[in-house]
Unconditional design. Sequence first.
Length: 357
Amino acid sequence: MSAPSITDPIEVRGLRVRNRIWIAPMCQYSVMAYDGVPTAWHRVHYGALASGGTGMLVVEATAIAPEGRITRQDTGLWNDEQRDAWRPIVDFAHQAGAAIGVQLSHAGAKAGTFAGFGRDGDRRGSVPIDEGGWPTVSASDEAILGLAAPRALATSELDGIVAAFVAAAQRAVEAGFDVVEVHGAHGYLLHQFLSPLTNRRVDGYGGDLAGRSRLLLDVVRAIRAELPALPVLVRLSATDWTDGGLDEQQAAQVAAWALEAGADFVDASSGGVVLAEIPVGPGYQVHLAERIAAEGVPVSAVGLIETAEQANAVLRGGVAAVRVGRAALRDPNLPIRWAGELGVDVDWHPQQYRRAY
Ligand SMILES: Cc1cc2nc3c(=O)[nH]c(=O)nc-3n(C[C@H](O)[C@H](O)[C@H](O)COP(=O)(O)O)c2cc1C
């Protein structure tokens, strides 16, 4: 069978997605009222991306609880006001022909930091409690990345974390989102459980890979039980790029378990729990997605995939879709442009712009 093209449609749990050029979640840190409610910026930003031809746009890491925000300027889905503010963004994406998802997130020990927009973010780290920060939680009580030390979550608190993910997923469905993505990557709470570098627990949520995966899999299973028809993506950091950390073999196993638990798709990112030497370059994470694809798990690749030819080559390696981040910030119309470069005639542009094509 020949490999699909990035311009080919794909189905995810009954959801038809018009192509395989997807927008990766990207924090905007633009909720200046600190209430988690998306703003005019989110409407314009996501509107532009949805109009640019993507098959699936997944909006930024959106907190399932106030204390799960990376910064005070994060979006949330822990209350109905937030849900209602997402609705016009979702409706607009649908009018533009894009599927739209939300990345559900709890930052754990990486919560409560200063928001920064530069390449390295803001280096001031944790916001002091008396300046509006809050105590953080994690798998263990060791500080990471120079941030304030978290409190290890008690076993009895973990059902509450799972329930908060499910409640946010429920609100996502009420807002009209087609997909939810469980954020299991980049050193945030679920990754803090997955990684042996940050999980020193001695209860059933630590120890071997099965124990460390348990919270993530509980979240996936609980969302699946509550929302049987909802397509669920899981984003993993498929390596910690550090000896003794999570590696690509373990990540492929977790991806297979996530599929069994009811996920439909995995995205292979990397890093975030410790500082590591990451060999950043074109397609530097593609091999991680290929390793997961080898388990028979539908998977997307991400990370410096910046040309149409390169993206199509990625699909030839067994990966089902590509996700783009920064290149789509530079040009929200990148999917339409890539189709043109491949000589594929598409109708993904808004009809209002027809005279331009
Ligand atoms: C501004 C910005 C914000 C990001 N925020 C998130 C996020 O909210 N959740 C997430 O999983 N990844 C986030 N990422 C990582 C991207 O989703 C993506 O994996 C990364 O940028 C690599 O892809 P690229 O080379 O195509 O940009 C962010 C990246 C950027 C540039």
